[in-house]
Design a binder for this molecule. Structure first.
Ligand code: ADP
Ligand code: MG
Length: 150
């Protein structure tokens, strides 16, 4: 599996990077975001939403688990940090197989339910405001996307 690395020096650069990725999405993509609390998963999603021409303000869906936004294509923003075994079946499949773009924060917590092909982005805090992004593509369309970005 091929990995690509990028570094941003501040939140604005993260926003710009994510926006650039968002602009290249056509719908049906699944993006898994991994990283500690405060790494920048939600900050990244805000930029991605901008690239999808979402106009509403994107906030963390920690308590709601899933938030939907209308853009050029729909954005489904999930934060599965609080998903427990009991509500395991929240119908994630329908989002993953839908025409929108799905972003999942803490995706490994529902790894059994993730599609085979997806883009996983690991975010590491390497300084106060610097972050390392490691992109890992599973599937041709995601590999292509990584090549265009990096
Ligand atoms: P997560 O969703 O991973 O828990 P958030 O996106 O909510 O994290 O928070 C990231 C925090 O880190 C924000 O307070 C943001 O301002 C700050 N930050 C500082 N530098 C960066 C950067 N380069 N990229 C993203 N966020 C950054
Ligand atoms: Mg978050």
């Amino acid at each position: 599996m091929q990995q690509y690395e990028l570094v941003t020096e501040n939140e604005d650069q993260t926003f710009a990077l994510a926006k650039q990725i968002g602009e290249k999405l056509n719908g049906g993509e699944v993006i898994a975001l991994e990283g500690d609390l405060g790494a920048g998963k939600t900050a990244f999603t805000k930029g991605l939403a901008k690239g999808l021409a979402v106009t509403r303000v994107v906030n963390s869906p920690t308590f709601t688990i899933i938030k939907e936004y209308q853009g050029r294509i729909p954005l489904y923003h999930m934060d599965v940090y609080r998903v427990s075994a009991e509500d395991e079946d929240l119908g994630f499949d329908e989002y993953f197989e839908g025409t929108g773009v799905t972003v999942v924060e803490w995706a490994h917590l529902i790894k059994e339910q993730l599609p085979d092909e997806l883009l996983t982005i690991y975010i590491y805090r390497i300084g106060d405001t610097s972050r390392k992004f490691v992109l890992e593509a599973k599937g041709e369309r995601y590999l292509q996307l990584c090549k265009e970005i990096c």
